[in-house]
Design a protein around this ligand. Structure first.
Ligand SMILES: [Fe+2]
Length: 197
């Protein structure tokens, strides 16, 4: 069973960059729906005793598409909530700041629904975009921070201006403390898990 984690801040904590209305729809409707469908699908398969990570591993191995989509979306959204924080005025740490242009360009240029990530892979930081539900839970690549570029993440606040949303994400609310902590863990081969959400 997957539990829907609460947001790690109040619904209005990210305003005006992300409105409370967007967070209510995004967390309470979209994220809740992914969790509910993943749980129902797992129940129908008789595997609802698994953690979300174990669901993802099993779904990938056995080609269980509906379970994979909804379990990964559950995981990605929990990671995304922690990838944002109430504005602190912190600038991106140097290792991340060097990737700003690539992150914004990949996120804005990504075709259709997906995610843009900074990950730790082969001993280095990299910018990667992924389609639909695809992410990096339970892979060799360790995610450090992510931005959701599905339209539901920004349409109420930015309409079709995804680049505007991405720029504001980077400048105002990206949780660099989370990203830096994930990098320090990644360098030791450790990673964030859904249980921490
Ligand atoms: Fe989303």
């Amino acid at each position: 069973m997957i539990a829907l984690p609460d947001l790690p801040y109040a619904y209005n904590a990210l305003e005006p960059t992300v409105s409370a209305e967007t967070l209510r729809f995004h967390h309470d409707k979209h994220h809740q729906r992914y969790v509910d469908v993943a749980n129902q699908t797992a129940k129908d398969l008789g595997i609802d005793d698994l953690s979300v990570e174990d669901m993802i591993v099993k779904a990938r191995a056995e080609g269980l598409t509906a379970l994979l989509r909804n379990a990964e979306q559950s995981w990605n959204h929990a990671f995304f909530w922690h990838s944002m924080a109430a504005p602190t005025g912190h600038e991106a740490p140097e290792a991340f700041a060097a990737l700003k242009d690539e992150f914004l360009a990949k996120g804005a240029g990504h075709f259709a629904s997906g995610w843009v990530w900074i990950v730790y892979a082969d001993g280095a930081l990299k910018v990667v975009d992924s389609h639909d539900n695809a992410g990096f839970a339970c892979t060799d690549v360790i995610p450090l921070i992510v931005c959701d570029v599905w339209e539901h993440a920004y349409y109420l606040d930015y309409q079709n201006n995804r680049a505007g949303f991405l720029g504001a994400f980077w400048e105002k609310i990206a949780n660099w403390d989370f990203a830096r902590a994930n990098l320090e863990r990644a360098q030791k081969g450790e990673r964030w898990t859904y249980a921490e959400a």
